[in-house]
Structures are given as C-alpha cells and as structure tokens.
Design a protein around this ligand. Structure first.
Ligand SMILES: *Cc1c(COP(=O)(O)O)cnc(C)c1O
Length: 367
C-alpha cells in the first residue's frame, strides 16, 4: 500500500537526536516555559521575519487566542462579523464562533481553492471587522487585492497558516502577511510535532503582550492575573522536536513542490482535474495535493484497489454539519460541489519518486 502519509518515516530520522533532547529534559527538570520554547519561538520569529512568535498548545487555540486578544484590546466585539472561506477545516470557523463573533462563510475560487476576492467585497457589511484568510492546502490565500479591500474597509487581516508553514508571497512568509497568524504543528502538518502544538506570529507589540498573558492564565508574573486567561502553553518536549525539524522544512517543502509539479505535468485524464501550479512556486507548500473529479468516489475506490491510499479534505462542508444547524439551510454551491469532487493524493517529503510514478500511472489508466 502507498500510504497517504507515512509519519513514521517522516519522524524516524529525528529519533536519536530527540532521545538526547528527552534525556536533557529529564536532567533539567523544567518541562514548561523553558529554554526550548524560548529557542523555538526565536527560530520561528527569524524564519517568518516577524517581531513576535508565541508557542501555544495547538492551531485551534492559536486562532481562538488571536480573536480573544483582539476583543480584550477592544478591537473586536461580540457579534462582529468575520469573513472566512466556506471550504476550510472547521477549526477556522470554530475559532470565530467560540469567541461570540459571527463567521460569514465566503465561497472559494474553484481554481485556487482559496477565498474568491470578488465575493469578499460583496459580503462586507457595517458589522464586518475582520477577514480570516486561510492558506488552504498550503497555498497562500492572501493577495494585494485582498489587502486593499481590508484597508478600504478597515478590517483586520488574520491568517490561518495551519497548512502553509514555509509558504511565501512578495518575499513575505505566511505568518508575516496579515495582522496576526495562527499555525498548527499537528503531526500531519508540514512542520509536525509529536503531539499537539501551535503558534501565533504578529508584528503588533501590544497584541503580542496580551497573547503571551492570556495563553498563560492571564499572567505575566506568577500568581498575578491581569486577565481571566487560559492554559494554552506549548511544552518543552514539543518545542525540542519542532526546533530539530524546523532546520529541514525548506528542503522538505521543496520535495513536496517537485512531487506536485510531477503530478500536475503527468496526470493526463479527461475526468481528473489537477491543481494549477502557482506562477511563483514559493506561494505553495503543498500540504495537500488535491485533484477534482466528478467521479471522485469511483476514483478513490479504484485507487484503493490499486493499493493507493487517498483522503477527502473535506467531505462535509461546515454549513451542512450538525455542529452548525443554523446554517444547514444555506446554499453554497461552489463549496458543496468541491466537497463532492476533491480527492487528496499521497503527498509528503518521504513519498518516493517510484510511488509518485505509480500514482500517475494508476490515475491515467482510470476508467
Ligand atoms: C489543522 C488546522 C487547524 C487546527 O490545528 P490543530 O493544531 O489541529 O488545532 C486550523 N486550521 C486549519 C486550516 C487546519 O488545517
């Protein structure tokens, strides 16, 4: 079987180095808010070229904390509307609704899978206060045009960079494009921890100070609490593995780009639509390589029989989920169509050229 994602192979090169880190952790006796987290935050800050990087518990918490901090700063209020792509992972939307803000689902562009800029401006009301730009599947969803809209209507531009670690546009990394950004280091993401972890990046000093505090019980000085904060800390163990893996992420993203280029140039089938390669390759880190087909379910079953594992991101759009019954009547035809057509092929830095070849051959023979 060609697995969708072979995490053992991805992480095994780090095993010996990581074991040394664990031994060091046992000697140090300090498991939280220590040297490793400080080092990782610094490395992340340098990588993204931003003023602040804050390690947190996971990607959802990173995004939730950003919205929460803007509320504490008085820049967002209960009931404010936040535009968000309708075809994203549910975490993007949860981060908004769990802060008593109103997610406004915007249909994506069918080619890029990212926000349709035309529709963004149409959905702005007097209550709209922010755009959550999701760099879906690893492709930058930010653009000068979107920024111009945000500037015109005085909206916060927040990035959901969970799938796009290392991607960049206009020489700026995901994480440095908006007012603030949330990252996820869930094991399956391009930069994956050995468990849950996430981070926030921003150039805003005031926001960063609030975020540091609210992610740690609302406290800057132990047992002194300025806010009713949360416990959303990243632990030293996750910081150590991320620090080790960060050194290789650029190389790994290059391998993903090579595979993506190979797939798009060689998959030739009238009923399988491959994703476009952005003109500037830095804009995509191919967290997922997603093809579309009207015969998606048949294609998935066929590939499974050929020993090729694929997944669907995502099979049920958020507005049709039981978690959001209020929206179940809404019609979002593009999002609904995509959910029936998308199929994610195996994609990772440990996918072999031989396996990539086998995947292309199998798809080209699909009937
Ligand atoms: C993974 C992901 C998240 C959430 O990250 P977790 O670390 O799993 O909480 C948020 N948004 C998107 C687009 C994601 O893919």
């Amino acid at each position: 079987m060609i697995p969708f994602l072979d995490l053992q192979s991805i992480n095994s090169p780090y095993e010996d180095l990581f074991k040394a880190e664990v031994a060091e952790l046992f000697r140090s006796g300090r498991y939280l808010q220590g040297e490793k987290l400080r080092q990782f935050e610094n490395a992340l800050k340098n990588f993204c070229e931003v003023r602040h990087a804050i390690g947190v518990s996971n990607g959802l918490d990173a995004l939730r904390l950003i919205f929460h901090a803007y509320k504490l700063l008085g820049m967002l209020r209960d009931g404010d509307e936040v535009l968000v792509p309708a075809n994203t992972f549910i975490a993007s939307v949860l981060a908004i609704s769990q802060n008593n803000l109103v997610p406004v689902l915007v249909e994506p562009d069918e080619q890029s899978f990212n926000l349709d800029e035309q529709l963004v401006e149409q959905q702005i009301t007097s209550r709209t206060k922010a755009i959550l730009v999701v760099h879906l599947y690893g492709r930058i969803g930010w653009s000068d045009k979107l920024q111009a809209i945000a500037d015109k209507y005085n909206l916060l531009m927040i990035e959901d960079a969970a799938q796009a670690f290392g991607a960049s546009m206009n020489m700026k990394r995901a994480g440095a494009l908006g007012d603030a950004a949330g990252f996820s280091f869930y094991p399956g993401k391009n930069l994956g921890a050995l468990g849950d972890a996430g981070a926030i990046t921003t150039n805003d000093d005031e926001l960063a100070a609030v975020l540091r505090s609210v992610s740690n019980y609302g406290s800057n000085i132990k047992y002194h609490h300025h806010y009713q904060g949360y416990n959303c800390r990243m632990d030293e163990l996750q910081a150590s593995i991320l620090l080790l893996k960060l050194k290789h992420i650029e190389y790994e993203n290059c391998i993903r780009r090579k595979h993506a280029q190979f797939f798009t140039e060689n998959i030739q089938h009238s009923e399988v639509h491959t994703p476009e390669l952005p003109e500037n390759e830095a804009e995509h880190v191919w967290h997922l390589y997603v093809v579309r087909s009207a015969k998606r379910n048949e294609l998935m079953e066929y590939l499974n029989k050929k020993q090729i594992q694929t997944l669907i991101h995502y099979p049920v759009p958020i507005h049709l989920q039981p978690a959001y019954t209020n929206w179940n009547h809404q019609s979002l035809p593009v999002t609904e169509k995509l959910s029936k057509e998308v199929l994610s092929l195996p994609m990772s830095p440990v996918l072999s050229g031989e396996d990539a070849n086998a995947i292309v051959r199998a798809i080209n023979q699909f009937s």
